[in-house]
Design a protein around this ligand. Structure first.
Ligand code: KIV
Ligand code: NA
Length: 271
């Protein structure tokens, strides 16, 4: 098997060929994405996308570890990053390191991701010192949606843009190998990308970022709730799944399925 793409290799691609990232939560999707992407993120968006929670606040350590294990079983080439769920890193540096270590020990993933800049720089630094690569995440922070009273696009005022530059610098200084910039106005995301020496991975940010990420279910048109503006749907699996269920139901009701080719006779044949 070809060797694994490492966080250090991705870091070295700053300013070069854009870094291709998607989320993945399951074994089959990890298998299908692996040849095409540089990085698979087991995002805490799994709580919403696969489990139907209203926000990412529904994610737990056990949930992230179960999905991290599934994605690791399906991937052999991409760098696999697992999100630290809400409550696992904000309060103390010690708990952050312990939870990061548990995620890596139980999944074998290559890095963890934490939301926040200045506020969690000490946690990032301590996890990096413990030998675990960290991906940062700044701009719109879904784990803060309740505190913020909704999903608010960042960088619209000069003052807010300055806060984002400070957050980006803090994440870089703490030793993160890359940083996601989410839900941030284009010129500010582009300017952050120029100001820091680690790759920026945009989502609802800028084509000037050093890479891009999307939630896999959004990218393949499987999202059944609202699809955000920043998403491009590369397939429409919603329609494919609905049509398959409709056709199957018709065949069962009419006894057209199973057909002779699906049945076992008394003579020996293969399952
Ligand atoms: O949880 C997630 O899917 C994420 C990405 C969208 C960056 O954090
Ligand atoms: Na996330």
């Amino acid at each position: 098997a070809a060797s694994r793409i490492t966080p250090a290799e991705l870091s070295a691609r700053k300013g070069g060929e854009p870094i291709v990232c998607l989320t993945a939560y399951t074994y089959p999707i990890a298998r299908l994405l692996d040849p095409h992407v540089d990085l698979q993120l087991v995002g805490d968006s799994v709580a919403m996308v696969l489990h139907g929670h209203p926000t990412t606040l529904g994610a737990t350590m056990d949930m992230m570890i179960a999905h991290g294990q599934a994605v690791m079983r399906g991937s052999s080439r991409a760098c696999v990053v697992v999100d630290m769920p809400v409550g696992s890193y904000e309060d103390t540096v010690e708990n952050a390191v312990a939870c990061a270590q548990r995620i890596v020990r139980e999944t074998g993933c290559h890095a963890v991701k934490l939301e926040g800049g200045v506020a969690i720089a000490a946690q990032i630094a301590a996890i990096v010192v413990a030998g675990i690569p960290v991906m940062g995440h700044i701009g719109l922070l879904p784990q803060s949606v309740e505190k913020e009273g909704g999903y608010k696009i960042k960088g619209r005022s000069e003052a807010n843009a300055e806060l984002l530059y400070t957050d980006a610098k803090a994440v870089e200084a703490a030793g993160a190998f890359s940083v996601v910039i989410e839900g941030t106005v284009e010129p500010v995301a582009a300017e952050i990308t120029r100001r820091i020496a680690i790759p920026t991975i945009g989502i609802g940010a800028s084509a000037q970022c050093d890479g891009q990420i999307l939630v896999i279910d959004d990218a393949i048109g499987l999202t059944v709730d609202r699809v955000p503006k920043f998403v491009k749907e590369y397939a429409l699996l919603r329609d494919t799944v609905s049509k398959a269920a409709e056709d199957y139901a018709r065949d069962v009701r009419s006894r057209a399925f199973p057909g002779p080719e699906h049945l076992f006779s008394l003579s020996k044949d293969k399952a």
